[in-house]
Ligand binder design. Structure first.
Ligand SMILES: *[C@@H]1O[C@H](CO)[C@@H](O)[C@H](O)[C@H]1NC(C)=O
Length: 348
């Protein structure tokens, strides 16, 4: 599924993505809720066919890296929203996770008070509802001018309305910013064929981003503990790269390369998560191997992208401690443009 981390960890997301998208966030880790909660944004609008088990799998993946709740982004136009919301709340209750609704005001309007109140009456006291100080958390996407007072009056449970739940990473990634996630490639949930095909399968299928979760986990832990830097317990590398260099002309696409594509760097990125310093060796396609001395902790290095297979190795004191092949070869030809990245990991 396509979900991504919000709030505090968004700064981390941006930090990791700075390699991919030129402008970056330089913000402190902040949370809009006092306390250390980490939420992931989940687009309910593209999971028409989700079953209870799909929800539970996604929630387990989120829980395993320290995410507390899903902000369930709901459009008003989807007939299956009530069904999927019910499944999400039920799944969350079963796996001891939390959820809350984020009304997407690209679709909802300030006149929808009655409908929004109905949803809050239904879910505000649900066992899986994310509560803050005894009040049900609810948010909007670009719905800052919505008046919650009548909803509060109509709901027999306190409500904590979070301000506009916009993802700061979106605001920094330029023209792709929109009310949907399809044009973005920041998903970190397991990719599932169960979401309706809005076209994103073109670039999201077979392009896993799961490795990024391994990378977020220590940052989320550090955020929650108040540590300045993440702690690495096991040596691991997480790598990512696009399937073709930016200049390759794809032969079968009715569209041309997306705006901003030429700003990208033809690089292979490797985040080393190391317990002590080591040497990273990357051989990208037909390029000569590149050795990089990397310190302990989490550091992102890059090498120029070469056509062909990608191989990664970490050595320490003359011993190879990690090695593996990238899960996707870089090609110098393509049918359709795909500027998404393949994310993989070795070790861990
Ligand atoms: C690649 O690494 C070099 C050296 O650390 C850095 O200066 C450069 O900004 C990086 N390139 C990208 C695209 O991240």
């Amino acid at each position: 599924m396509i979900w991504k981390i919000l709030f505090g960890v968004t700064a981390i997301l941006a930090q990791i993505l700075q390699a991919l998208a030129a402008p970056t966030l330089d913000s402190q880790l902040t949370s809009q809720l006092p306390g250390k909660y980490v939420f992931a944004h989940f687009m309910v609008g593209i999971v028409k066919d989700y079953q209870l088990s799909n929800w539970k799998e996604d929630m387990a993946a989120a829980q395993s890296i320290g995410i507390n709740a899903f902000a369930l982004n709901c459009a008003s136009i989807d007939s299956y929203t009530p069904t999927q919301l019910a499944l999400a709340y039920e799944a969350a209750e079963q796996v001891n996770f939390k959820v809350f609704i984020s009304f997407d005001f690209a679709y909802w309007t300030n006149g929808d008070t009655a409908k929004i109140t109905e949803y809050m009456k239904q879910y505000a006291s649900h066992p899986a509802q994310m509560q803050y100080k005894g009040a049900a958390v609810v948010s909007t996407f670009v719905g800052d001018s919505f008046n919650w007072d009548p909803v509060r009056q109509g709901t027999p449970h306190p409500i904590y309305a979070l301000p506009n739940l916009q993802d700061p990473a979106d605001a920094t990634t330029g023209p792709a910013k929109s009310a949907d996630d399809y044009g973005e490639s920041h998903y970190i949930g397991p990719y599932s064929a169960h979401h309706s095909d809005d076209g994103s399968s073109q670039w999201a299928a077979n392009m896993p981003h799961d490795g990024w979760r391994n990378l977020f986990k220590p940052y989320i832990a550090a955020y929650k503990s108040g540590a300045k830097t993440p702690t690495v317990e096991v040596d691991e590398v997480v790598y990512w790269y696009r399937p073709t260099p930016k200049g390759v002309v794809c032969t079968g696409d009715i569209l041309s390369a997306p705006m901003g594509a030429n700003m990208l760097s033809d690089s292979v990125f490797v985040a080393t998560m190391l317990t002590s310093p080591a040497t990273l060796t990357v051989q990208s396609g037909d390029n000569a191997p590149v050795n990089i001395d990397v310190p302990a902790g989490i550091v992102t290095s890059n090498v120029s992208m070469g056509i062909g297979g990608q191989s990664f190795k970490v050595t320490r004191n003359g011993q190879t401690i990690l090695s593996g092949q990238g899960g996707l070869a870089v090609k110098d030809n393509c049918v359709n443009y795909n500027f998404n990245v393949y994310v993989g990991s070795i070790g861990g």
